[in-house]
Structure formats: structure tokens, C-alpha cells
Write a protein that binds this ligand. Structure first.
Ligand code: FES
Ligand SMILES: [Fe+2]
Length: 414
């Protein structure tokens, strides 16, 4: 299995940490609770992490036709991905070249051209400026070719997933993904078929953005927090031999993939499932804020795009995907299973969203001690497991690396 216990060399390192950060997440076992509650640290994360890392922009199936677009933000900067009339997908800063107005404010859609509402400068789907009212008033020096939309520094695709990055010096996408690239490719195809995005829910929760990343990779919360929900699921799907969540020693692995992490359940899962095409439950966290999931029990592939809003507010875009060959009826069934499982109102979704607010509230107790991410610390196998904090620690390794915090300095011990 392709795993690593060290962060890729290509990830950004050497950023000089703000004095505020010293000692906050120095060691592998603990995290200071201010990392989740201090607005100044949130601002530093935007500057040092989100402005330098690759972020998910869109799935290829969403933007197939010329003029299909999706808008989002990179480190707070508005961007738009749009399929040009020439068939190429491009990523631009979503700002008018005249006086800077946000050019497109819809989250997604289809257009023939992009007209700025303020003074009607208009751009084609390839980002070129094509019309300016009273252009002669700008004199002879005005050049249309010099006033097209500005491309984002980096834009690339892996397994149908498009990622963008503001930093021209960032490592290439596949290098950034490192050992997680093959896991992402596995989730990005279904039994060898490409996926199509059926749709996505957008929801918010009142807590720090990192809680959803950690929650997805801390698989052991499931048997406690979701105990009731999974018992109901077992009854619903008539799963014999289990009354709910079942931990099977040796079959569940928490993976350290450099600065990314995964939860992997890879054997004997057929005994638990009603589906057979894929065997492997795989939850993957791409640092800092993208999650790809496949669960064979629900037979659903999903992405979670985490959009930090403030230190205690987070938006989430959660996708449901299906194999391209799925019939309308199969797509409806997959959508339904997604809705009732990982949807924001689903069996597991509600439990998680509710507990995030509760965690954030508890974290306000400033002298409440550091957060423990030490489960499984003594395992020497980099695959970790069953169900410990290996993957969560991998993400914090990325956090320290991009924030410039030296792990060796003052690392606390258990
Ligand atoms: S700001 Fe866009 S046309 Fe003026
Ligand atoms: Fe959960």
C-alpha cells in the first residue's frame, strides 16, 4: 500500500511563524484550543495555508458544455471556473478589469458571455474582453487584449477533480497530493467508470472549519456519536450479524499520507453490506479542506468542500456522485441514499453538525487544556488503525508545515 509517514518535501515549508503561533500545535499529541477559536489564527490560516495550497474547484462533469461555470473563493479571493467556447476549462479571478466588481455572483450556471453589471464591460467564455461601452473615450492606448480576465496562477485536474491554487510557486498538483493521489483516483472512478455529479447540498455549521476534516478522519467517533443512527440503519437495511456499527480489528486503517489523511476499511466488508461493486470504504482528507468519500454500505460517493467563513462559521458544499452508466432510476436511488446518510439532514450528518456547535462552545473555556489527538500514537505501522488519530495527526503536520510552526520546538508529551 502506498503510504508515507513523512510530509512531502514539495509542500511549503519554512514560512516564518507569527509569534502568536509558537507552542500552539508544536507536538504530535496535542493542539492548543486557540487554533479553533482565535480569529487572528483564522486570518493567519487564510494567509499561510489557503493562499498556498491546492483547493477543489469543481468536478469535471459539472462543467461539460461551453459556458458552464462555477464560482468559489481561494483564500477569500473570488474565482470563476468556466468552460470556453474552445472546449478548454479555465480558472480566472472573478473580478472586472474596469473597477473591480465581482463579475459573476451566481454559484454556478451557464452563460454565453459575462457582462459586468456596473458599466457593462463584457467578457467571452475564454476570459477575453469583447466589449466596452464608449471605448473610444479611453484613447488609442486602450487594448482589449490587455484587459481580459486574469487567470489564477495554477489550475489542474486529477481523476476528474479540478483544483486551483493562487501560489505560482506551489508544487504541481500530483506532487502536492503525494501518496494521496492514488487514493483520490480510486474514489474518483467507480469500478473503472468516470463519475458524474448528481448535485450538491450547501449548508453551514457554527464551528471551526477544521472540525469537519478531523471528524471525517476520526472514524472512531462513529460508534459512539452515531450509535443510534447506525442501529436504525442496520434495521433499515436488514443487515444480519450486526446491530449497528461494527469495529473489526485488522480491517480498518487510519492512514498518514504525508500532509493528507485517510480512513480505509478494506477487507471482509461484503459481510456487512448490501452492495457489491466496490469493497473498500475509503474516506480521504486532502489538506487543508477537501474530502472525498466512498462508503460501500450506502454505495455512495461524495465530496465535501469545506469553505471557512470565520473562526466559528463554516460553509460546506457536499456532493453526491454516481457512475456515468447509472440509469435514471439508479441515480434516484443513489441520491436518496446520499440524502439519508451524508446529506445535512441524514442519519450521520445531523449528529455531526450538532456536535460541532457543541465542541465550539466547549472550546471557549480557555483554560480547559489542550486538545488530544494522541490515539494510536504508539503504533509504529504508518497505516495505523484500527480507527485512531493517525490521519488527524497527518493534517496537523500539514498545518504546522504551512503555518511555519516547528514541531521539534517544545513538543509536549502525553
Ligand atoms: S466595474 Fe465592471 S464594468 Fe465597470
Ligand atoms: Fe460522523
Amino acid at each position: 500500500m502506498n503510504t508515507s509517514i513523512s510530509a512531502p518535501d514539495t509542500a511549503r515549508s519554512g514560512a516564518s511563524a507569527d509569534p502568536l503561533l509558537q507552542g500552539l500545535a508544536a507536538g504530535p499529541l496535542y493542539v492548543d484550543r486557540r487554533c479553533y477559536t482565535d480569529p487572528r489564527i483564522f486570518a493567519l490560516e487564510q494567509r499561510d495555508i489557503f493562499a498556498h495550497t491546492w483547493q477543489f474547484i469543481a468536478h469535471d462533469s459539472e462543467l461539460k458544455q461551453a459556458g458552464d461555470f462555477r464560482t468559489t473563493e481561494l483564500a477569500g479571493e473570488p474565482v470563476i471556473a468556466i468552460r470556453g467556447a474552445d472546449g478548454q476549462l479555465r480558472l480566472f479571478l472573478n473580478t472586472c478589469r474596469h473597477k473591480g466588481t465581482l463579475l459573476v455572483d451566481a454559484p454556478a450556471g451557464q452563460c454565453e458571455k459575462m457582462k459586468c453589471p456596473y458599466h457593462h464591460w463584457t467578457y467571452d467564455t475564454q476570459g477575453g474582453l469583447i466589449s466596452v461601452p464608449k471605448v473610444e473615450a479611453y484613447g488609442d492606448r486602450f487594448r482589449f487584449a490587455e484587459n481580459g480576465l486574469v487567470p489564477v496562477a495554477r489550475f489542474d485536474v486529477h481523476a476528474g477533480m479540478w483544483f486551483g491554487c493562487l501560489d505560482p510557486d506551489a508544487p504541481p498538483l500530483v506532487e502536492y497530493l503525494g501518496p494521496a493521489a492514488s487514493h483520490l483516483a480510486e474514489i474518483g472512478a467507480y469500478a473503472g467508470q468516470e463519475l458524474v455529479a448528481l448535485g450538491a447540498y450547501r449548508y453551514s455549521y457554527d464551528a471551526n472549519w477544521k472540525l469537519l476534516m478531523e471528524n471525517t478522519l476520526d472514524d472512531y467517533h462513529a460508534e459512539y456519536l452515531h450509535d443510534y443512527a447506525f442501529t436504525q440503519r442496520a434495521a433499515l437495511f436488514q443487515m444480519e450479524g450486526t446491530s449497528g456499527f461494527q469495529e473489526k480489528e485488522g480491517s480498518r486503517f487510519s492512514l498518514d499520507l504525508g500532509i493528507h489523511g485517510a480512513f480505509d476499511q478494506c477487507d471482509d466488508i461484503r459481510t456487512l453490506t448490501i452492495q457489491t461493486l466496490r469493497e473498500r470504504r475509503l474516506y480521504l482528507g486532502i489538506f487543508p479542506s477537501f474530502i472525498a468519500l466512498y462508503n460501500p454500505v450506502w454505495d455512495v460517493t461524495s465530496f465535501r468542500v469545506i469553505e471557512p467563513v470565520s473562526v466559528d462559521k463554516t460553509n460546506v458544499l457536499t456532493y453526491c456522485l454516481a457512475p456515468r452508466s447509472a440509469t435514471e432510476e439508479q441515480r434516484r436511488a443513489i441520491g436518496e441514499r446520499f440524502h439519508y446518510s451524508w446529506g445535512p439532514g441524514g442519519r450521520a450528518g445531523v449528529d455531526d453538525i450538532v456536535v460541532f456547535s457543541r465542541v465550539q462552545k466547549g472550546l471557549q473555556a480557555r483554560a480547559g487544556g489542550r486538545i488530544n489527538i494522541g490515539r494510536g500514537i504508539d503504533r509504529t505501522d504508518p497505516q495505523g488503525g484500527p480507527a485512531d488519530d493517525h490521519a488527524v495527526r497527518a493534517l496537523w503536520k500539514g498545518w504546522r508545515q504551512y503555518m511555519g510552526v516547528d514541531e521539534a520546538a517544545g513538543a509536549p508529551t502525553c
